[in-house]
Design a protein around this ligand. Structure first.
Ligand code: PHE
Length: 347
């Protein structure tokens, strides 16, 4: 029996030394020390021994068990350390490898110019307001004194939503005049930037969606002089003190009198010619149209519950893309909407 015990011990030691995984260790524990294991099998034969031999063998068996248990523990620790080591090596991160560069975006040139324009007007006391792009025809046209049958209401120019032409994508930011005036009493001094939509084919100067900035000032004693002052301040701050502009008579149904403001062409300085050729920027005009404006029509004030005998006001509406093109010297409107990073990175 002593021999059997010695054999179990040496087998167990060799097997445990060879085991490489926690699972293998567990199998060996069951094999040697388990209830149906080899050591237990030997112990079951103890009954056959003489009274003198029994305690001696018992002691030896206990010593063998203790040694196997101890070996199990040391192998368990060693395997655990090895597994951890392998995992650390496998998951090692080389912090010295250069990272993948992340390209930083920046503000779109049009937003930059919008921000500049807003800042200039906020500095003059204007409040920035926002309104719906899906608009009622009554706000976009009727209450702006644009009657049924007026060419600007034509289905070929306007995106209508309903068969009765009552709901549309606003064609201008001017409906914001009505939305503000019907809810506020003078003094009113607002700026309303936003998207507008017209059925235009996209080309160098047209897009079916573009941006306008509407301005409206209503108070007692407001005159055309206030309008000119506000717009001149804008132009000089935006384009420099030497910016040259002109006001031309024009017609809008919702302002009276009405005008358009042009900016002297920055390319040909108003001559209409560059190196003996027709200037491509202003098409030989010498001027670039920037905005429409005028004194708010008394009928428009009245329909918003503002007494035209007491109050007067001016309004203007400018194309943001045009302002941005002039400011950043972009020559094709489509570049603004293409979102080509090679273009955008230049600003
Ligand atoms: N809404 C006009 C347009 O789109 C511009 C304008 C605004 C004219 C305000 C006068 C007053 O052409």
């Amino acid at each position: 029996m002593k021999q059997q015990l010695e054999q179990i011990k040496s087998q167990a030691m060799a097997a445990l030394d060879a085991a490489q995984t926690p699972a293998a260790l567990d199998e060996l524990r069951v094999k040697f020390l388990g209830k149906k294991g080899e050591l237990t099998a030997v112990l079951k034969q103890m009954g056959k021994l003489s009274a003198e031999e029994r305690p001696v063998m018992g002691q030896l068996a206990n010593a063998v068990r203790a040694e196997i248990e101890e070996k199990l523990e040391t192998r368990k620790a060693a395997i655990h350390a090895a597994v951890l080591e392998a995992k650390l090596v496998q998951e090692a991160i080389d912090v010295t490898i250069p990272g993948t560069p992340v390209t930083m975006g920046h503000e779109h040139p049009m937003n930059k110019v919008l921000q500049e324009i807003k800042d200039i007007f906020v500095g003059m006391g204007y409040q920035i307001v926002d309104g719906p792009e899906v608009e009622l025809a009554s706000y976009n046209f009727t209450r702006l004194n644009i009657e049924e049958g007026h060419p600007s209401r034509d289905r070929s120019d306007t995106f209508y939503f309903t068969d009765d032409d009552a709901v549309l994508l606003r064609t201008q930011t001017s409906p914001m005049q009505i939305r503000v005036m019907e809810n506020a009493k003078p003094p009113i001094c607002i700026l309303a930037p936003g998207r507008v939509y017209r059925k235009d084919e996209a080309d160098a100067t047209h897009s079916p969606m573009f941006h306008q900035i509407e301005g409206l000032v209503v108070d007692e004693h407001i005159t055309m002089g206030n309008l000119k002052g506000a717009l001149e301040t804008l132009m000089k701050r935006l384009y420099g003190e030497d910016a040259v502009m002109r006001f031309r008579p024009h017609h809008f149904p919702f302002t009276e009198p009405s005008c358009e403001m042009d900016m002297q062409c920055h390319k040909c300085h108003g001559t209409g010619e560059v190196d003996g050729n027709v200037c491509s920027t202003c098409h030989g005009e010498g001027w670039i149209e920037l905005l429409g404006a005028g004194m708010v029509h008394p009928a428009v004030l009245e329909c918003c519950g503002i007494d035209p005998e007491k109050y007067s006001g001016f309004a203007f509406g400018m194309g943001l893309e045009r302002m941005a093109m002039r400011r950043t010297r972009i020559n094709d409107l489509r570049l603004i909407f293409d979102n080509d990073v090679r273009f955008l990175n230049q600003f």
